[in-house]
Design a protein around this ligand. Sequence first.
Ligand code: DGL
Length: 276
Amino acid sequence: MEANGSIGFFDSGFGGLTVLKSVVSVLPRFDFVYLGDNARAPYGNKSFDLIHEYTLEGIEFLFNQGCELVILACNTASAKALRTIQQNELPLLAPEKRVLGVIRPSAEEIGNYSKSGFVGILGTEGTIKSASYVLELNKTSPQIQVIQHACPLWVPLIEEEAYHTEAGRLIIAKDIEALFNKNSQIDTIVLACTHYPIIQPIIEELVPKGVQVLNQGPLVAHKLEDYLFRHPELTKRLSKQPQTRFFTTESASYFNEHASKIFGQVVKAKHIQLTS
Ligand code: DGL
């Protein structure tokens, strides 16, 4: 029997496209399904209960689309909902399927990048308050000093494409300044929100010279490749007929216009509703 399973990507909006783009370039032979919950973004400042509820709805939708594996391409959902879903809901919902996040695979790699040993983490309020990167980096690279800063306005700026405005740039500059005020020895910044690579050129203009800015997309893509290699029982259920389908809870035309620019290809999404 031919394998027909897909790999699903879930995010609050456009951010997960930055991860999907890297994954498609590393694993071009697979079948992908993307779901952006744009109508309910941002997730970053929402409660644990809401993020859990929305994320679970997204995962169920992706499972119903034939996904065998779902990547929470959202740090906030990975920080707030992943563990509960893996432990409580997944065993009842679909014990043979898998749900993975983006924080652990990124944390496993980050330690290889810093020379000074001081790493800045920029993320949503939810991700920063969860201290997930601090905890994970303490395990994988205990020599690294982690300096965190929450940028609660960045996701709304990106979802609205308002980052090029004077006010938008000022907000971004102020947050970067605030991070370096906490510690000036930072030599590596992790964009710990999948939306942030969309404004990476602006961030790179604003950070001090010599500071590297890490997009977690390529890190996650290589970790996923490795994961599929180590889990042949899952990989053999995945379709090797390459295609990518897109779904959004916002209007499809709004999503298509922005997503096509971010993804670098024409995107034709379908509108869906997740609320029951
Ligand atoms: N892309 C999501 C993340 O990585 C953004 C969350 C939000 O909607 O605030 O955290």
